[in-house]
Design a protein around this ligand. Structure first.
Ligand SMILES: [Zn+2]
Length: 253
């Protein structure tokens, strides 16, 4: 991955790189009680790419695209996304995903052998294989991946709460993404087809987790959360934006 992005990585002198590094440093120092956090050598890479994306590998390599830096409105939102990605690495989701996938492959292989033993026609075996791989993709891989996303959101929120981040910014980020999707002409992918939960469901899930995260934040002697609640500010702004005459036709589609 480093090789792939080596020509478009920001230097350590770039202020955008330093911004991400400062946030990661804060998340590490606030969560140094967790063995996974202090045992991992976290390394930040910022990639010049307009995609709104980031990822953290189990070995601690964190990749952040500049598109995400532009999409996140403030350091609180960016902290949450980074916390979410670090949670994936800490929870070893890549390994978990692979082991479930290998188990399912084995299970389907055995059923394929049984089908072929009963009816040894090559075309039937080929069709059986196609049906199985399609079933696996839509019935297991994708919903399972969404479960891991929800888990990373929950743990990520705890990581940032301990760093005194405004945890309410987490759901605002995904609501922003939802509004952006509504305003753009792109048709959203139905949730069951996607490996990730829809932006709206994700924001709702985070809203349910936020009260617990606020309690955790308070127990870490963090300063009081600022007023007004960024979720209320966002709701008001989004309403005005969606009601603007130039957006009404697109938003009502
Ligand atoms: Zn994720």
């Amino acid at each position: 991955m480093i090789e792939e992005f080596k020509d478009i990585m920001l230097s350590k002198e770039d202020s955008r790189y330093q911004h991400v590094q400062r946030i990661v440093d804060l998340l590490i120092s606030s969560n140094s009680d967790l063995p996974g956090v202090f045992e991992t050598e976290w390394v930040v890479h910022v990639v010049e790419n307009p995609d709104i994306n980031a990822c953290a590998l189990p070995n601690g390599q964190i990749f952040v695209f500049t598109g995400l830096l532009e999409a996140a409105l403030d350091a609180h939102q960016l902290s949450f996304i980074l916390g979410h990605e670090m949670a994936h690495a800490l929870l070893e989701h890549t390994a978990e995903m692979n082991s479930v996938s290998h188990f399912l492959d084995f299970f389907f292989l055995v059923s394929l052998v049984i089908i072929w033993a009963i009816c040894p026609v090559d075309s039937l075996a080929i069709m059986g294989q196609w049906i199985q791989s399609t079933l696996k993709k839509y019935m297991f891989d994708r919903p399972y991946s969404r479960t891991l996303e929800a888990e990373a959101d929950q743990v990520g929120l705890q990581l940032v709460a301990k760093a005194c981040v405004d945890v309410r910014a987490s759901s605002v980020f995904w609501k922003q993404m939802e509004v952006l999707g509504t305003l753009s002409k792109d048709t959203p992918i139905p949730e069951w087809l996607s490996t990730h939960p829809s932006h709206e469901n994700r924001a709702d899930h985070l809203d349910r987790l936020i009260p617990e995260a606020i309690k955790l934040r308070e127990s870490c002697n963090c300063p009081a959360l600022p007023f007004p609640d960024p979720r209320e500010v966002f709701n008001l702004t989004a309403k005005q934006l969606l009601q603007a005459p130039e957006n009404a036709i697109t938003a009502n589609k």
